[in-house]
Every structure is written in C-alpha cells, then in structure tokens.
Design a protein around this ligand. Structure first.
Ligand SMILES: *Cc1c(COP(=O)(O)O)cnc(C)c1O
Length: 356
C-alpha cells in the first residue's frame, strides 16, 4: 500500500484515475479517446460546462463571478493578474508570506508599484503576519492563502481589506469553506488539490476587469476568456476532464463542507501527534499551521535520514521537505485518506519510542 504525501502533482481519488484512464481508451462509449476529440464538439462541450458549473456550485458563486480554466499554471497568473488589474502609476498591496508570494510579487513589479503590507521574512516564513492594513487606494490586495513550501495557511481571511481581494489558492482550493464571493479573483493550479497538471482555475468578479489602460494580448485578457466560455483557443482538454471528475467526486462526497471536516480531522491527528513527540518539531506558529502541507523537522537532524528510510520502507512517498528547506513536509490534500495519516502518525510514534 502506497501512502502518497506528494506536494504536487499529488494524490487524486482512485475513482478519478480509473475513469480518466477508461476515457483515454473509450470516452463515453463513443469508441474515441478523450484525447482525440475536438474541443468544440458536443462530446467535449458538456465536460467544460459541467466543470464550470461544479465550481460555481461547490463554491456557491454569485452571477458576478466567472469561472475559467486557463493554461499556464499559477505561475502565469502571477503576471496575468497585475497585467489585467494594475496600472503603471498605481500600487497593489501584497503579503509576503513565502516562496510563492515572492514569485507573485516579483512578477507584479513589472506592471506597477508594489506595496508589501506585511512580511514574515524575519521569522523565515513560519507565520502569517497579523494586524495588516491596506492603503484604500491600492488596486487590489494579493494573498497566498496557503504557502505550500513554508506550511502556513491563512485561517482568518482579510475580507474587509477595503480593496479587491486576490488570492493564490493553488494548494488549498476547495479544501475548506470560505466566503468565495468576497474574493474578486481566485486562482489555483489544478495539480495540488483538484486535478492533473496543465490547467489553472480562475474565478474572477467580472466587475473588476476593464480598468487598466495598457493593451492586453488577447490570450491574457480575462474578458476574452469570459466571452468565449473558456474556449478562446484549444483548452487543456484532458486536464479539464480530470478536474471535472475530481469536482464530481467532491460533490458526491458532500462538497466542501464535508471535505473540510475530513481535512480538519486529518490535520488534528497529525499535529496532535507531532506535538506529543519530542523528537519532532513543528517550526510553524501553531495558529498559522497549514492543514494541507505540514512541515516538521527533527530535534536531532542526524536522525532525518533514518526517518526518511523508515517512511520509504513503509510505502510513504513525498515525505521529505521541499528542496529549498530541510526536514519534512507531508501534504494532506482532499484525496488523502485519514488512514494514510494514521499510518504516518503510527510510524512517527514508533520512531519516537526508539529515539525518545
Ligand atoms: C504550486 C504552486 C504554484 C505554482 O503552480 P504552477 O502550476 O507550477 O505554476 C503557485 N502558488 C502556489 C501556492 C503553489 O502551491
């Protein structure tokens, strides 16, 4: 048995893999592969329609919020967001909470002034800054709701920041209930929590668009994608199909409220265990711990290799920390079962007994 704690691309429900692989061979009993049909056909159009409708339903979006599936990963959104929302003579507010936020900041600087309204750089990104205030003239406020590498997560949203709220939700999209209508733009690459790599979910309040005075390349102008129903050009059909299957799975499970309960239980089991075992240490401030990506280290770094080997021997993959940080990171995305978390925490307890 494999326990997949990979950070991304990452675990998806087994049912999704099964159905997606069947459809590669024979899509809906047509004798055709999902990979060989036109995107503007009566075969694929329902996939796109259902995927967009499921996002609307699962996030309870109002009619101002449009759902798009775009190319280029979240990294493209780092530049597409400021290109569409920020004039050169204006400022946008950003929170600096880690590697991903910094990448977004770097790209945004190409388009206008960037004001860093809070940073956790001082504590090595192990917390989320509190008591922030955003200049009312800022074009928007950008946050990274979950820092996949640092293992931090916003647990209280700055809904009342007074300016359009933009969020990179790549690693915690659809993992918990939020007031999604209070965000003006949400983006997430699919390969963490909602599908295969190759597609990006963008939810945008159409009322914030059309306010920049630069010329926008057609493919980078959100308004064109809205007008064309997310089919401006050939969309990443297979990745959208896998996302649609994952969204269907989520809906059948009871939606975001139901998955949030499971995610809470998994995170509680993991962190409660971590906190009782002195060989391990969680560097992240307790109130800012991520329920998706748990980062931990060892009190005695010399023991790290032994634990890595033990995990490997027990079928646990993706436990080692990001290449930019040491220690460990386990990702507990929607599709990971609590049984996998239990297997890991049992192993941690055994390890602690040996080295207590
Ligand atoms: C993975 C990740 C990204 C980058 O996504 P790509 O699809 O590789 O561009 C951006 N932001 C966050 C928070 C991520 O976890």
């Amino acid at each position: 048995m494999i326990h997949n704690f990979n950070a991304g691309p990452s675990i998806l429900p087994k049912e999704v893999f099964e159905e997606a692989s069947r459809s590669v061979l024979d899509f809906n009993y047509t004798g055709l592969s999902i990979l060989e049909i036109g995107h503007r056909t009566p075969l694929f159009q329902p996939v796109m329609d259902e995927a967009r409708a499921l996002v609307k339903e699962l996030m309870s979006l109002d009619d101002d919020h449009e759902v798009l599936f775009l190319h280029g990963g979240a990294t493209t959104q780092f530049m597409q967001v400021p290109m569409n929302l920020l004039n050169e003579n204006e400022a946008a507010a950003y929170m600096e909470t880690g590697v991903w936020a910094n990448k977004a900041i770097k790209e945004a600087k190409l388009f206008g002034h960037i004001e860093i309204v809070g940073s956790s750089k001082e504590d090595n990104y192990t917390s989320i800054p509190k008591n922030i205030s955003v200049t009312p003239t800022a074009a928007y406020f950008h946050i990274t709701t979950n820092e996949t590498i640092a293992g931090t997560q916003w647990h209280t949203m700055p809904y009342d920041c007074g300016v359009p709220l933009v969020a990179d939700m790549s690693s915690d999209i659809l993992s918990r209930q939020l007031d999604f209508n209070k965000f003006d733009l949400i983006y997430a690459s699919a390969q963490k929590n909602m599908g295969a790599a190759g597609v990006n979910l963008v939810v945008v309040n159409k009322n914030i668009l059309g306010k920049v005075n630069r010329a926008l390349p057609a493919i980078l102008d959100y308004r064109n994608h809205i007008k064309e129903g997310s089919m401006l050009n050939t969309p990443p059909v297979f990745a959208i199909y896998v996302a649609m299957l994952t969204l269907r799975w989520l809906k059948n499970k009871g939606g975001v409220a139901a998955i949030e309960k499971e995610n809470d239980a998994k995170a509680k089991l993991f962190y409660d265990t971590l906190d009782t075992l002195p060989v391990f240490k969680g560097p992240v401030a307790k109130e800012d711990r991520s329920k998706m990506n748990a980062v931990f280290i060892m009190e005695d770094a010399a023991l790290e290799k032994e634990f890595v080997d033990l995990c490997k021997a027990n079928g646990m993959v993706g436990v080692k920390g990001h290449r930019s940080v040491s220690g460990f990171r386990v990702s507990m995305y929607n599709a990971l079962t609590i049984e996998s978390v239990k297997a890991l925490t049992d192993l941690m307890k055994d390890f602690a007994k040996l080295h207590g």
